[in-house]
Design a protein around this ligand. Structure first.
Ligand code: A3P
Length: 306
């Protein structure tokens, strides 16, 4: 899998090259499309999702802004859906639940088509950019969000170096799939409008109450834990085996390497600290205050507190 040849769809290149450009990031240039920023490479995948994905009504979509807990949510929902521990012992969660626009972007639409139902896919596409085939369907979505300060800190450890521009770009929303606030708000509003189809969860609450959160996920997914399963501790096992420490210590996640669009990363980089509030170790009080103010201002009146 490491040596997969990239074969991105080229039919969107001309259109993408006309979109506003942001060159401030170290590792990638971004393009703006309908108020959100994407790498050019991923934007081709986003467009392919819009045009080519054929959702099934029983598909489950894991949605979020990057660095808010994708890997964890993939592991939990995959284990809940399959009630199986095996695949996740030897495979990274990203190899069990496919990244929609990423798969299209590297020319692997066939892997999406070959997935057998019930299918779980993940995506970072903002709600307003998702195709009607998903938003107008019966498909369920789970959205996870996280304190934007921790999102930024997680992101710059993962990919970018903190430079004076880094936080500025993030605050302006000129970051991968940004602005994070609008990303969250779109799904928040939709979760209030259609709670039976869009479940909104917070990373912080999942960490605080993992068993209750997993139970809620299972109920929403339509595969709740039976009284027998609860008695046998199936729910607790799923949560324990998917905990940060457990996932991080698996051989595949300690030493494995994965090729994600454009570059390769060590699986270990997906398991850094897994804590709430690590921003305190990296941000000055002024930086934190600035971000809090933006969050309060953006979320004002929405009923959502981050
Ligand atoms: P930190 O960088 O703050 O440690 P994503 O999967 O969306 O890329 O998000 C990565 C973040 O989720 C990282 O945060 C990572 O440590 C954390 N994470 C990964 N697995 C986790 C788990 N099982 N429980 C809690 N956090 C987890």
């Amino acid at each position: 899998e490491e040596d997969r040849t990239l074969n991105p769809p080229r039919e969107y290149n001309d259109f993408v090259s006309t979109l506003p450009l942001e060159e401030g990031w170290v590792l990638t240039h971004l393009r703006e499309c309908q108020g959100f920023w994407f790498s050019s490479f991923m934007l081709a995948g986003v467009m392919a999702v819009r045009q080519r994905l054929k959702p099934r009504p029983d598909d489950l979509f894991l949605m979020n802004h990057p660095k808010t807990g994708t890997t964890w949510l993939k592991a939990l929902t995959f284990a809940i859906m399959t009630r199986s521990h095996h695949p996740l012992l030897s495979r990274n969660p990203h190899d069990c639940v496919l990244y929609l626009e990423g798969s299209f972007a590297v020319g692997e639409a066939s892997r999406i088509e070959a997935a057998t139902p019930p299918r779980i896919f993940s995506s970072h596409i903002p709600y307003s950019i998702l195709p009607d085939s998903i938003t107008g369907s019966d498909c369920r979505m789970i959205y996870v969000c996280r304190d934007p300060k921790d999102v930024l800190i997680s992101w710059w450890h993962y990919r970018e170096r903190m430079r004076p521009e880094t936080m500025e770009l993030f605050c302006e929303g000129r970051c991968n799939y940004g602005p994070v606030w609008e990303h969250v708000l779109e799904f928040w509003r939709e979760s209030r409008r259609r709670p039976e189809k869009v479940l909104f969860v917070k990373y912080e609450e999942m960490l605080e109450e993992p068993v209750g959160s997993a139970k809620r996920l299972a109920e929403f997914m339509g595969c709740p834990f039976s009284p027998e399963e609860e008695k046998e501790g199936v729910l607790e096992d799923i949560v324990r085996l998917r905990s940060f420490e457990n996932l991080r210590n698996l051989e595949v996640n300690r030493t494995g390497r994965r090729k994600i669009p454009v570059y390769g990363v060590m699986n270990a980089s997906l398991f850094r600290k897994g804590e709430v509030g690590d921003w305190r170790n990296h941000m000055s009080p002024e930086m934190a205050r600035r971000m809090n103010e933006i969050t309060q201002e953006k979320l004002k009146g929405s009923g959502l507190i981050l």
